[in-house]
Design a binder for this molecule. Sequence first.
Ligand code: SF4
Length: 177
Amino acid sequence: RRDKILVSACLLGLPVRYDGKGKALDHALMDRWREEGRLVAFCPEEAGGLPTPRPPAEIEGGKTGDDVLDGRARVLEKTGRDVTAEFIAGADLAFREARLQSCRFALLIDGSPSCGAGFLYDGFFSGTRHPGFGVTAARLSRAGIHVFTQTEIEALQRRAFYQTHKGRCNTLNLLHN
Ligand code: SF4
């Protein structure tokens, strides 16, 4: 069985971002994993029912995806429309897909109120960053899935696969321990 990685669909170049574009990650590991059939593309915002293109959205008030999941914060489009329910639905569907596909790892793009796994924008559409998980990153992390950003792709490689002393590439049974 090949271990799979849930990946933000836009990192594979799929045109699912709010602006109708993708943001393909150009890295040899992406090519290898794609050829090996390890990548499961998923866009939580589209899955949650939002159209593409769509207005940009941020988590209000400098809060994080965990605050949204716990009911302490909302996700608001720049227009002021509350899209919290769509973001939570998308996060739940991302987790369901990860479980169905036996993904023990996720590779998510940074800065997104859904997929952000290192930094978020502060909710004022000012371009100011702060550390934290988006709604889907928080949902997956709470479920025990190991979440990495696109800048951590080599760390993901080291965590998920390692060279044994025999020189073969094996997979760690991290979540089975
Ligand atoms: Fe990409 Fe995630 Fe935003 Fe979808 S929700 S466009 S996969 S960052």
